[in-house]
Structure formats: structure tokens, C-alpha cells
Design a protein around this ligand. Sequence first.
Ligand code: C2E
Ligand code: MG
Ligand code: MG
Ligand code: MG
Length: 289
Amino acid sequence: NADLAMYKAKDQGRNRYYFFTEDINTRLLDRLELEANLRYIIVRNQLYLHYQPIFDLQTKQLVGLEALVRWRQREDHLRMPGEFIPLAEEIGIICDIDSWVLATACRQLPEITGANGPRLRLALNISPKQLEMPKYADFVQEQLEINGLQPDQLELEITERVLVTDIPATEENLKKLCALGVHLSIDDFGTGYSSLGYLQKYPFNTLKVDRSFVRNIAAHDNAKRLVETIVTMGQGLGMDIVAEGIETEAEETFLREIGCERAQGYRLGRPAPINMIKGLLQKAYPETE
Ligand code: C2E
Ligand code: MG
Ligand code: MG
Ligand code: MG
């Protein structure tokens, strides 16, 4: 009996070992395949953009769009940024992606709004790596000029993470972008575990309250007070507040009542392809063509 038990344990052990290695191999292969495909993402023209509408919470007017990148790896296989942006940062191709996004979104904005359309603000997400690129600010200026956009129509969203590092190129780019009049926005505020010292250093125009805070306001009074405090602090420092991830009427009402300027979220409008955004605009501004 003892022999039999040992035999079973060994057998199970061997099985476990087998499944374990297979799992590791699969994940490694997945990653290698992803990495190999990621390198050709631009030349194969597999990127495209969705835009999420941003509303003035007080007037309920559509005032901006956030460009969100998507990867059409195959016709039947679309990938969200969470699946490839971290790896793209790791293997050093994020700058190619972010540059493509900037050029494409700046070109598409006039196409979306039309010649006599509303003056919308375009929000773009910028990787820390992008800001380390020398002359990045010049590239931004060039793209604005080519497409006839005013600098304050562009809002670059930067996560707090970036701002704790003291890389000279990053500082120079941020200073130049400020001087140019491009708006700078702190994305996912409150999730970066960073000190608030950077708020004194750069004149940020906008603070985006992360969805994780917004999500809790219905259930917890403390979460309400926290959001209220963030809004008051941001406004006290001269920033506009954008609330992310509004999903319910209660969230929308609460944020309006505490004086939050702008908001985005599934309740107000999901990220959508350019043609759907054009349709949305025609409804919001019927007098434009
Ligand atoms: P983010 O900048 O915080 O963008 C907001 C994310 O929340 C988007 O996810 C959006 O689809 C999602 N979202 C918006 N409203 C709601 C809502 O009401 N409920 C919920 N559950 N989600 C909502 P997405 O498109 O998957 O993007 C994820 C992140 O990927 C972005 O977070 C941004 O950090 C990054 N990202 C997207 N595009 C780019 C890009 O072009 N370059 C870089 N470097 N990063 C990007
Ligand atoms: Mg963002
Ligand atoms: Mg965000
Ligand atoms: Mg967020």
C-alpha cells in the first residue's frame, strides 16, 4: 500500500511537472510571437484609433476627444492597449506607436470636425519613453502646423509615474511644450504613488481623476470626500478637472455638483471609430456639415 501511494504521488508529480512546463512554454511562445508581430505593427499598417468623447460636465457640450490606440493584429483579432503597450515600452517601439498616434490623430481631427465645425480639444496618451526622445516637442509643433491646429487644441496626457524621474530630456520637452502652449494633463491621478512635488514644477492644465476613485463614490462616503478633495486641490492649483470612467447617473450628478469641469465614460460615450464620432458630432452640432 505504501508503495502504491508513493507511485501515485510520483505520477501526479510528473503530471504536474508536465503541465507546468507546458504552461511556461505557451506563455513564452505567446510573448515571443507578440513581440515579433509588434515590431511590424507600423509597416504593416495594423494600428487604428478609437476616440472617446469628452464633455463639459456643466453645459453638457462635447468639448474634446481622447484618442485610444487599437491593434488589428489579424482581421479577427483586435488587441487593446493593455495587451501590448507595456511590451511595446519594454522592447522600445512605443515611440513609433505614439508618434504614429500623434500624426494620425492630428490629421483626423480636422476631418472629424469639418471646416466650420466646433473647435474640439484632442487628448493623447504619451508614454514616458516618448518624452525622453530629444526634439519630441519640435515634432509635436511640426504636426500641429502641418494640420493647422492651435497648440491649445492638443492635450498630452502623462501618467504621474513619469514625473518622479529627473531625466533632462523629459524636463526640456515638458518646458518646450508648455512654452508652445500645448496643454499638459496628469492622467490616472492618484494611482502613481508619487509625491506631489511635480505639481509645483510644471504648469499642468488638467488633472484626470482615475476611474478607480469615481467607481467607489456611490458605495462609500469616504470615496466621495476623497474625490471632492482631489477636485478642490486641483482647482486650487489652477487646473481643470476631468473625471474618468463615468458609468452611472449618480456619478455624473455628483461630479457635476462638486464643480468638476469635464467628464468622460461609458455613460456619456464609449470609445468609437472615426465614422461614429463624425455621426455623433453631426447630432451635437447639426448646423455644421
Ligand atoms: P487611459 O488613458 O486612462 O484611458 C482610459 C481607458 O478607460 C480607456 O481604455 C477607455 O476605453 C476606458 N474607459 C473609458 N470610459 C470608461 C468607463 O466608463 N468604464 C470603463 N470600465 N472603462 C472606461 P483603453 O482604450 O483600453 O486604454 C487603456 C490605457 O492604454 C489608457 O488609459 C492609456 O494609458 C493607454 N493608451 C491608450 N492609447 C494609447 C496610446 O496611443 N499611447 C500610449 N502610450 N498609451 C495609450
Ligand atoms: Mg488617457
Ligand atoms: Mg486615464
Ligand atoms: Mg485611467
